[in-house]
Design a protein around this ligand. Sequence first.
Ligand SMILES: [Zn+2]
Length: 317
Amino acid sequence: MPMNRVQFQQGLLMPDFLKQFGTEIQCEAELEQARWPQGFICPCCGHTGYSAFKVGSHKTFQCKDCRHQTSLIAGTLFQSTKLPLTLWFLAIYLISQAKTGLSALALKRYLGVSYPTAWLIQHKLMEAMSERDETYTLSGKVDIDDAYLGGELSGGKAGRGSENKVPFVAALSFDNEGHPLHIKLTPVPGFTSEAIADWAKANLTPGCDVFSDGLACFAAVTKAGCQHQAIVVGGRKPKEMLEFLWLNTVLGNLKTSLGGAYHAFGFAKYATRYLGAFAYRFNRRFRLDKLPMRLLVAAASIGPRSATWLRSAEASC
Ligand SMILES: [Zn+2]
């Protein structure tokens, strides 16, 4: 299967990673580059001249024009952290290279931090992944299906309408040769025409050719300027639906990932974040070696996400 190209790639070897990012100075230099690829820019006035010094353990910049001081981590996902950057970088490495995700408990063991700290690191980095992917829309040929967290994941008809499950739209785009490109896994209030129209406007590029099974609400993608074709599958089970083979394969991988790495988590509360992090990793599956640095750029760009904010259901769903 073409998936072998993903499974057998080398990724970034841990000795190489530690050689590059084993010291605080190396990590500071990389974060500075990720945050200001063209060099320091004052967040207040936009001036580029600065002097640098240490405040506590953190590198701090002072603008030569307006005198505003900003630390390297202020305004990033790492703002206010008491942890060394080497530990954050190691967490980024471990999370990005783990094929099926990494639980907070595993992170606690690897990093030697408390469970609440490991949970926060994990959720902050998953949030960075999830928010990064929200900025992209799918285009071209797209297969969509209804799926559920907390029960049957593969869009099985038995799951529809069941209680205590988080419904989400699973969508997969393809290139012209029929190879899968990108996925979107998005919790929705329910499978209604209104919810699907809203989802399509936010997640599809107008002009997409959308294929689904016969569930009526999917026709609402036309409200987002897309074409829609329903493939009626009758009473067949999802695994027998050749039309949606790739999408069902990805949902099967998701089920393995969530079952193996995360055990029980607040499905309803954190569904967006878990699904977003899975999709982020899938969408970059051919560049495993580049993933840590891309995640660092995402973390440097999205800004602070406090523990309170991360724990609130409103923030993540
Ligand atoms: Zn300034």
